[in-house]
Design a protein around this ligand. Structure first.
Ligand code: 5GP
Length: 126
């Protein structure tokens, strides 16, 4: 059983309204909110409302509607914040950590949207 979802994780508690959050956008299938410890001028977390542990879990088992909603929400946020690369903005970075090697802290899928400054190299050389 590769995907055992822990419903006591902090994002599950946020989704249940047990912990407050600074919501950026809520849709039928996902929630986007500001990271509590921002690492850039823009640092937003986008999470599905469903119990998915990480990106591969979501990609393999989420419904088409959930996947479309999640993906469109990321696009909407980048557009609304004006961080799209090109005439309007200077770009951004998406990160989704998974498991031990990915150094995932919270075991509920989340995409970090980071922007507002140059992000540096993608990863540290191993
Ligand atoms: P990970 O390392 O799992 O990819 O990232 C987890 C992220 O969740 C971190 O950037 C951390 O700052 C953020 N985080 C942890 N607890 C909370 C919380 O209670 N509220 C919010 N908004 N972000 C949190």
């Amino acid at each position: 059983m590769p995907y055992e979802y822990d419903d006591q994780n902090i994002f599950a508690k946020i989704l249940r309204g047990e912990i407050p959050n600074d919501t950026v956008k809520e849709t039928e299938h996902c929630l986007a909110f500001n990271d509590i410890n921002p690492l850039a001028p823009v640092h937003i977390l986008v999470i599905p409302k469903g119990p998915y542990v990480c990106a591969d879990h979501f990609a393999l088992e989420a419904t088409d509607a959930e996947i479309v909603d999640f993906t469109r929400t990321i696009g909407w946020i980048c557009k609304e914040l004006g961080i799209q690369p090109g005439d309007d903005g200077d770009g951004y970075r998406l990160i989704s950590n998974a498991g031990v090697d990915g150094v995932q802290e919270v075991p509920h899928l989340h995409i970090h949207i980071l922007g507002g400054r140059p992000m540096g190299r993608m990863v540290q050389p191993g």
